[in-house]
Ligand binder design. Structure first.
Ligand code: ARG
Length: 458
């Protein structure tokens, strides 16, 4: 048991207590951030003449060595240390003696861990953003290839109006674009440096907090030391960002699972992203989509857990906050894994364009356009709605679609119908005429694609 305290204790810590309290098994993930933060702290201490230049250099060099050895596997982070901070400091002291003992001057593990977690989260945000950008590129490509791929658009999971695959994919483009925006926002708010806040009340040493903040790429120091050591808002915000990303992925997965059924056959998930059944030889299951949908619950869980952990904590640092780590690390990895897997699945998925079009043709998705035809020929919309309602009923009886009726049959229902009704209810016409920005008409979609193309270049 190597720990950083003990002077005021007369008894050894109970073994179970020690294990319950220790965080090394999971905070070892922060080794890089911990050493980066310590190096900046030491650089500042030297600059401020709190440590000599030589002492600073020895500590910095040794910290580099420790990190290198950990990364290469030469030095193992074992359970004999309470946490990652103790591990780094103990190893430093072992190698540099009294010089190493000066590292923690003007610092507490409270501001240290607050910094480590912020640095870690900041990198995570960047990685997640890259994955989102990759996914957006995949979606963009599918959009470009499918401006003319007609499919039914649904409301209530009932066929509603014809759209295109490009348009449907564009909805997800918007969602993931907003997700990236949220990440940017979270990162901006996160980017203030807590180092130098001490345990809770700052320190009496003449620290230059602006300097450490700038060394570590922050926009500046945090402005209240009590808040600095007990703020986990940025983690909650990021978990909420991840929850939204997962919610979007999960909705997308739900659609893919539906589209992949025998009943729809809109898509074929590639063999490399499907799994089989141990008993039913015919099965090809969309397990990856189902797992992503399922793991969404896990990420929501992390968000709810941390909100609950934080709700009763008085100022300033309390040990409850150590509970932020395992659930965050798990949620971070889960979301990144899901993004990568989902992107791969989408890239390799085959869209059965003929089935999509046939489904749109069968489901009276052009009924609104038929009503609009009557309106354009002088029938008030409410009357047109009711006429087309009767027309649909007739079609259902005859097992035909609107465009499969003869002009005579159409005119039996309303004498307003003329030959040009067939052009008006043609699915391509129905889509092409929807030209307001944001609608599926090709020219409208092309404008949007130009905006997306510029966006993806940034
Ligand atoms: N392992 C702790 C955490 O994750 C580090 C801070 C410990 N501070 C303390 N005063 N015990 O929160």
């Amino acid at each position: 048991m190597a720990q950083l305290w003990g002077g005021r204790f007369t008894k050894e810590t109970d073994k179970l207590v020690y294990n319950f309290n220790a965080s090394i098994s999971f905070d070892k993930k922060l080794v890089k951030q911990d050493i980066t933060g310590s190096k900046a702290h030491v650089a500042m201490l030297s600059k401020q003449d709190i440590l000599t230049k030589e002492e600073g250099e020895v500590i910095q060099k040794t910290l580099d060595e420790i990190l290198e050895e950990v990364l290469s596997g030469k030095l193992e982070i074992t359970d004999e240390y309470e946490d990652i901070h103790s591990f780094v400091e103990a190893n430093l002291i072992e190698r540099t003696g009294d010089t190493g003992k000066k590292l923690h001057t003007g610092r507490s593990r409270n501001d240290q861990v607050a910094l480590d977690m912020k640095l870690f989260t900041r990198d995570e945000i960047d990685e997640t953003d890259e994955l989102l950008k990759g996914l957006l590129n995949t979606i963009f490509q599918i959009m470009k290839d499918n401006l003319d791929t007609i499919m039914p658009g649904f409301t209530h999971l009932q066929k509603a109006q014809p759209v295109t695959l490009a348009h449907h994919m564009g909805a997800y483009f918007e969602m993931f674009k907003r997700d990236r925006d949220r990440l940017k926002d979270t990162k901006r708010r996160l980017n203030l440096c807590p180092l130098g806040s001490g345990a809770l009340a700052g320190t009496t040493y003449p620290l230059d907090r602006d300097y450490t903040a700038s060394l570590l790429g922050f926009d500046g120091p945090t402005l209240n030391s009590m808040d600095s050591v007990s703020d986990r808002d940025y983690l909650i915000e990021y978990l909420s960002d991840l929850s939204l990303i997962m919610m979007h992925l999960s909705r997308f997965c739900e659609e893919i699972i539906t589209w992949n059924t025998n009943e729809y056959r809109f898509v074929d998930i590639d063999d490399s992203y499907s799994t089989g059944s141990s008993i039913m030889p015919q099965k090809k299951n969309p397990d990856i989509a189902e797992l992503v949908r399922g793991k969404t619950g896990r990420v929501y869980g992390a968000l709810m857990s941390l909100l609950t952990v934080m709700k009763g904590i008085p100022l300033a640092y309390n040990k409850d906050m150590q509970e932020d780590k395992e659930l965050s690390f798990d949620a971070f990895d889960t979301a990144k894994g899901c993004l990568a897997l989902f992107d791969g699945m989408l890239k390799t998925m085959k869209f059965n364009k003929e089935n999509m079009r046939a489904s749109a043709a069968k489901g009276f998705t052009n009924a609104t356009d038929a009503a609009d035809y009557l309106v354009n020929n002088g029938v008030p919309f409410r009357d047109a709605h009711s006429i087309i309602g009767r027309l649909v009923l007739y079609c259902i009886e005859k097992e035909k679609s609107i465009d499969e009726l003869s002009l005579e049959e159409l005119q039996n229902i309303s004498d307003v119908f003329k030959e040009d009704i067939f052009e008006a209810v043609n699915l391509k016409t129905c889509v092409d005429k929807r030209l307001t920005i944001g609608a599926p008409g090709k020219q409208a979609m092309e404008k949007v694609l130009n905006i997306y193309s510029e966006y993806l270049k940034k």
